[in-house]
Ligand binder design. Structure first.
Ligand code: FCB
Length: 448
């Protein structure tokens, strides 16, 4: 038997995001977002699903907070929908939108749950996308205007803020691969969008610190872990290329104030738009913590003569995979934390998302999701190892509190520790949710 007991002040939480759970997309003055438009476009989201109803959390939040309390969560990470606050992205403020998050916040606080708010989890107001979205440098000011309004209203009670969720995903999948909203396929658009996202993050840190006393603010990244396919130098370099493309591209400016030289060399004259003072605000406004979302690793093989632009492919291994076809790679969560710690040493790290989609079956009032329980046990065991090695991991948020709208996969993938029966909106705490509640009570768990 091995015991995994966590530090006394370790924070146990669960996470969600506005478009994935709220529904009520036409209610109380909310503006249209890029995800409403994308989901409405035939062929973009599996089964033609959209976030129109989702978990109906907009109406059912009191019940959902009661479930959080029942699980014993210390903290809840949710996101604020920009288009509820500013339906056109800038300009007219929609008071009903602010009221919703105000009520959610108070409900969390009376239940003793610490709120962590993500300011942007991908639901860009469509009005801003019509002006170029993240490819337009004006987004730094637009985002700042929104962050100012939200922090002024909620900052007296809300102290923990996250600026952007996974900028690599919403800029790369949104502007280069086209798999996510707004669905562009242009590497140059991606590079600009990614650059503006880092600048927008800096603006938000600046505003949160100015508007919120005793605040803690950070960004949420989705750093990859990659293992080389063989022990050749080429495969090693290819695995490092993936880390530079997806991790160092964000971490280097955050912690060193400039882009990594290897990616600058790859992008070459595509970076000609960079201005000398672009990182001034970033350098002047360091973050208080780093949020890490982590699910799986990649095994990378160099393809020097292929037309893959980064000259590698990823090779699927014969190991357990989840419903997303993501390999279960618990040791990789340790590896990615160690890589970040060794290269950038953030003073405080949270795992802001980790979890798994499996095909859940309801039996009576239960969902016996033992594979998800095993997933959490293994990944958390490696988080424990990271802490034992001196990595300042301060908390962990399960993805997700509820089954929800999984972006391009629609409702076909269930990540919740609470099951949602969409036709009736009934919630059932899965066995993984019960296991998580017990783990929180014991501040750890035992494995054979
Ligand atoms: C992450 C997203 C989150 C969820 C999980 C499965 O990339 O941040 O919204 O979809 O993946």
């Amino acid at each position: 038997m091995t015991q995994y007991i966590f530090p006394q002040d370790f924070l146990w939480g669960a996470a969600t995001a506005s478009y994935q759970i709220e529904g009520a997309v036409f209610e109380d003055g909310r503006g249209t977002t890029v995800w409403d438009v994308f989901a409405d476009t035939p062929g973009k989201v599996k089964n033609g699903d959209s976030g129109e109803v989702a978990c109906d959390h907009y109406h059912r939040y009191p019940q959902d907070v009661a479930l959080m309390k029942q699980l014993g969560l210390h903290a809840y990470r949710f996101s604020i929908a920009w288009a509820r606050i500013l339906p056109e992205g800038t300009g007219n403020i929609n008071p009903a939108g602010l009221d919703f998050y105000d009520k959610l916040l108070d409900t969390l606080l009376v239940n003793g749950i610490r709120p962590f708010a993500t300011l942007y989890h991908w639901d860009l107001p469509q009005a801003l996308e019509d002006k170029g979205g993240w490819t337009n440098k004006m987004i730094v000011d637009w985002f700042g205007e929104y962050v100012h309004i939200v922090t002024k209203r909620l900052g007296d009670r809300l102290k923990d803020w996250m600026t952007l969720n996974e900028p690599w995903v919403f800029t790369y999948l949104g502007y280069a691969s086209g798999d996510h909203a707004p669905g562009h396929r242009d590497l140059n658009m991606y590079i600009r969008a990614s650059h503006h996202s880092i600048m927008a993050h800096a603006r938000a840190v600046n505003i949160v610190h100015a508007n919120v006393a005793d605040s803690q603010v950070g960004i949420v990244l989705n750093p990859a872990w990659s293992d080389p396919h063989s022990d050749t130098l080429q495969d090693y370099l290819a695995s490092q290329r993936l880390l530079s493309f997806q991790n160092r591209w964000w971490l280097h400016p955050l912690y060193h104030g400039e882009y990594p030289a290897d990616m600058m060399a790859i992008y070459g004259d595509k970076m000609a738009f960079l201005q000398a003072d672009d990182f001034d605000e970033l350098k002047a406004n360091p973050s208080d913590f780093l949020g890490v979302n982590f699910y799986t690793r990649h095994v990378v093989q160099a393809m020097p003569y292929s037309d893959e632009w980064l000259k590698f492919i990823t090779v699927r291994q014969n190991r357990e995979h989840t419903e997303m076809d993501w390999e279960v790679s618990p040791e990789a969560i340790y590896n990615v934390l160690k890589h970040i710690h060794d290269e950038y040493a953030p003073s405080k790290i949270y795992i802001t998302e980790n979890g798994a989609a499996f095909n859940d079956v309801v039996t009576g009032d239960s969902v016996h999701d033992e594979r998800r329980v095993a997933f959490y046990q293994q990944y958390l065991a490696h988080c424990h190892r990271a802490i034992a090695d001196g990595i300042p991991l301060k908390g962990y948020f399960a993805w997700s509190l509820l089954d929800n709208f999984e972006w391009a996969e629609g409702y076909s993938k269930r990540f919740g520790i609470i099951y949602v029966d969409y036709p009736t909106q009934r919630r059932i705490i899965k066995d993984s949710g019960k296991w998580y509640a017990q783990t929180i009570r014991d501040n750890g768990f035992v494995l054979p």
